[in-house]
Design a protein around this ligand. Structure first.
Ligand code: ZN
Length: 215
């Protein structure tokens, strides 16, 4: 399905992110004030593509040590042992522990990489104005945004696992460097999703001159 209705940008209108009021943009200016609530309104998020790329590349860089470095150090009477996320998944994998292992695998390895790839795909499509299926791209962005809200679940899973292990006598668990990189991946992918302006998906549908009208 292709969009036939003109976009708000083509009509010179922008919506307030705070109260939702649709108002006319100042001619020649990118940013103005909402006449109803006074909040700053922009036709499009400033430098959205560049900022999203910056956060996304930083997230991809941190993703490598997050998976290669140990995330938890377990100390027992026999000595200390450090495990990466994947080693933790293997350790947890048992007839009773597999659901937890599966949650850690999906939340720590699969979701962050899927988010990075999905956002990179959306950015490349928008940059090359090759968006044929706007509704599908819009849906993909909504999925990325929805999943982003649940990214923190994994940090809780790790804390929960640590608490379970702490219950066993003569054993202690402490965070290892990989966990900080993992937290950085979670935060950076959330910032990347936040920086991306989904309205750019619809701007690709013709009228490229309107896209740059305010700059
Ligand atoms: Zn407003």
């Amino acid at each position: 399905m292709t969009a036939v209705a003109p976009t708000a940008l083509q009509l010179g209108l922008c919506s307030c992110e705070h109260c939702g009021l649709l108002s006319r943009a100042w001619p020649g200016h990118e940013e103005g004030r909402c006449p109803r609530c006074g909040a700053g309104v922009e036709l499009r998020k400033r430098d959205s593509v560049q900022r999203t790329w910056a956060f996304l590349i930083a997230a991809a860089v941190c993703y490598v040590p997050a998976n290669l470095l140990p995330v938890l150090t377990t100390k027992t009477a026999a000595g200390s042992d450090s495990d990466t996320i994947l080693q933790g998944v293997v350790l947890l994998w048992s007839p009773t522990g597999w659901p937890l292992a599966l949650i850690v695998l999906v939340a720590s390895v699969m979701i962050p990489s899927a988010k990075i790839l999905a956002l990179a795909y959306l950015l490349l499509s928008v940059q090359h104005e090759r968006v044929d299926h706007h509704d599908q791209h819009g849906r993909l962005y909504r999925i990325v945004e929805f999943v982003g809200r649940w990214s923190m679940v994994d940090v809780f899973v790790d804390a929960f696992t640590a608490a379970l292990v702490q219950l066993q006598p003569l054993m202690s668990v402490s965070p290892a460097p990989g966990l900080f990189f993992f937290a950085a991946v979670v935060v950076l992918t959330m910032l990347a999703a936040e920086s991306f302006d989904p309205r750019l998906i619809w701007d690709c549908d013709g009228a490229p001159e309107a896209l740059h009208a305010g700059t």
